[in-house]
Design a protein around this ligand. Structure first.
Ligand code: CUA
Length: 144
């Protein structure tokens, strides 16, 4: 009985306090309907930035069944902040042979800071089942 009360209490607190949203500090939100007008997501691709802890920002708009941009070239040694959101459903964001692995959720902004210090071609793929085109959902990241 005690543990039941405890569990219900935890659910109640998480529902009221955080609206059952996945919790992460500094979590940002974006309306999927307004992606094309959003100051960041209206310009997908790699952008050089100044005065931040990273050299580039790499913006992705993810939707069934593709990544925009579909191919990216990153200079070797660049410290890149990946910034991504989804237009529709939950997608995966895994860059093979690296530690980059995110869940991309509609309404949320997912970020990952990564230094690309090895030349090569890296496969970006979706590892969350998202529909009939899931298996073909990929992009190519070239570190040059
Ligand atoms: Cu997108 Cu699976």
């Amino acid at each position: 009985m005690g543990s039941l009360v405890l569990f219900l209490g935890i659910i109640f607190v998480s529902a009221i306090h955080s609206g059952h949203e996945p919790i992460a500090s500094g979590r940002e939100f974006v309306d999927p309907e307004l992606i094309d007008k959003h100051e960041v997501f209206s310009k997908p691709g790699l952008h050089k930035v100044e005065g931040k802890d990273w050299d580039y920002e790499l913006v992705f708009v993810v939707s069934a069944f593709n990544y925009n941009p579909g191919e990216v070239e990153i200079p070797k040694g660049a410290k890149v902040k990946i910034i991504a959101t989804s237009r529709d459903v939950v997608h995966g964001f895994e860059i093979a042979q690296t530690n980059v692995n995110m869940m991309i959720e509609p309404g949320h902004i997912s970020t990952f800071v990564k230094t690309f210090d090895k030349k090569g071609e890296y496969l970006l793929l979706c590892n969350e089942y998202c529909g009939t085109g899931h298996a073909d959902m990929k992009s190519n990241i070239k570190v040059v």
